[in-house]
Design a protein around this ligand. Structure first.
Ligand code: HSE
Length: 418
């Protein structure tokens, strides 16, 4: 028998309880022994709920319980999660977590501590909800050099963008609906500003290169400024808009950004809709591998945590190595990233605007949409950011354009010769 404790009986914690109870027989067969929740830490009471019998509000009850070998952290946020996880490892207990803030900030350090003590620290659910992605990155894609990790890593924003593009909702309406359905939190900042997606990208890139990618150094833009015009012009060019986490490992260094991007409608990632996530991993020999599934939600996320519990139960005396050191990995400056872009401008003189764009920007084609008169959009050359900014600055000197140009980058998979 393996005894487990769950920290936090919120959405994920109660999901872990439910998965372990509902799939008890199945999990017992996979783990070769029964898995039992001995304690659940929460300060709240849950009258009438079966969890009541094992509830405690005192973490010491769990730490000093010699029967408990595995702790599943589902509190979220940095504190007290970080202190609790550290104390658990120091008390010789294995840990698994769904907490991406904790993993990206302290993952390398907690892995080192787990290794030192012959324990395991696992975090499958921290990226991609129910999608197995951390374990494949750590165990399957180990023979090859990863050159690209990109994808849709946030379910909430993907739901909002799907609503905006498919049913013409504006951002506020789509967000309100996401909140009603329980996808978006009351304070949706971490999702809609791209911070959640950025942290997940940093975890995947850190696993790919074995060093610490600082998520705060990743250029991040949210989806709050997207408008119906952006979707209309993108559709006109054959693209959809997604909040993309785009990581590349090139011979020059590492590129990482989390921004709304255009994806061509023929690319499989363009079809990842609603709360689903999709991750594209590219490696030199393996080529492209794609992962797809529910990126958020109680039971998919809890299932990923329980997969760690089962894995740990089979490796109680063996640390499973993750190559992820605390050494920092430097990111290349954004100004050097080569991406094609869709650029949209408003003008006060159509003919001059057309001729200036042709002269300075070398666009493949310029389009107008009758519904949005007074605006032009074009696809830029595939060029570094600083080059585009320089060209746009020259364009702005003409005084023919009104306001700031709207720039949306276009996603292209990494090329193996980059
Ligand atoms: N808020 C996250 C999302 C939850 O919407 O993807 C899963 O990390």
């Amino acid at each position: 028998m393996i005894y487990v404790a769950i920290l936090g009986y919120g959405v994920v914690g109660s999901g872990i309880w439910q998965v372990l109870a509902q799939n008890r027989t199945y999990i017992e067969r996979k783990a070769s022994q029964p898995i039992e929740v001995k304690r659940v830490l929460d300060t709240r009471k849950f009258p009438g709920n079966p969890v009541e019998k094992v509830l405690t509000s005192d973490y010491a009850d769990i730490l000093k319980d010699k029967d408990i070998q595995i702790i599943a952290e589902a509190i979220g946020g940095l504190e007290p999660a970080y202190s609790y996880v550290k104390q658990a490892l120091l008390a010789n207990k294995h840990v698994c977590t769904s907490n991406k803030e904790l993993v990206i900030k302290h993952g390398a350090e907690l892995l080192a501590l787990a290794k030192e003590r012959g324990l395991n620290f696992m975090f499958e659910a921290s990226v991609g909800g129910g999608i197995p992605i951390v374990r494949p990155m750590n165990l399957s894609l180990t023979t090859d050099e990863v050159i690209g990790v990109a994808g849709i890593l946030n379910g909430t924003t993907n739901y909002i963008l799907t609503q905006m593009s498919m049913v013409n909702k504006n951002f506020e309406e789509a967000l309100a609906e996401a909140q009603e359905r329980g996808y978006a939190e009351k304070n949706p900042t971490a999702d809609v500003e791209g911070y959640d997606s950025c942290r997940k990208l940093a975890i995947l890139l850190s696993l790919a290169i074995g060093r610490q990618v600082n998520y705060e150094a990743i250029h991040t833009e949210g989806i709050t400024a997207l408008t119906q015009e952006d979707f209309a012009f993108a559709t006109h060019f054959g693209y959809v808009i997604k909040l993309m986490a785009d990581g590349r490992i090139t011979s020059m260094g590492i590129e990482a950004l989390t921004v709304p991007m255009l994806i061509h409608s023929s690319h499989p990632l363009s079809m990842v809709a609603d709360v689903f996530n999709g991750v594209l991993v590219q490696a030199r020999m393996t080529d492209s591998v794609m992962f797809f599934g529910r990126g958020a939600g109680k039971l998919p996320t809890a299932s990923a945590v329980v997969s760690d519990i089962v894995d740990i139960s089979k490796h109680l005396d063996q640390h499973i190595e993750h190559i992820w050191s605390t050494e920092s990995a430097m990111l290349l400056p954004l100004s050097s990233y080569r991406r094609q872009k869709m650029i949209r401008v408003s003008f006060n003189d159509r003919e001059r605007a057309m001729s200036l764009i042709q002269e300075y920007m070398e666009p493949a084609s310029i389009v107008e949409i009758s519904e949005y008169s007074g605006q032009l959009a074009w696809l830029s050359q595939c060029e570094p950011e600083n080059k585009t900014i320089e060209k746009l600055a020259r364009l702005a000197e003409s005084k023919v354009f009104i306001g700031e140009p709207r720039i949306l980058r276009i996603f292209e998979p990494t090329k193996s010769d980059e």
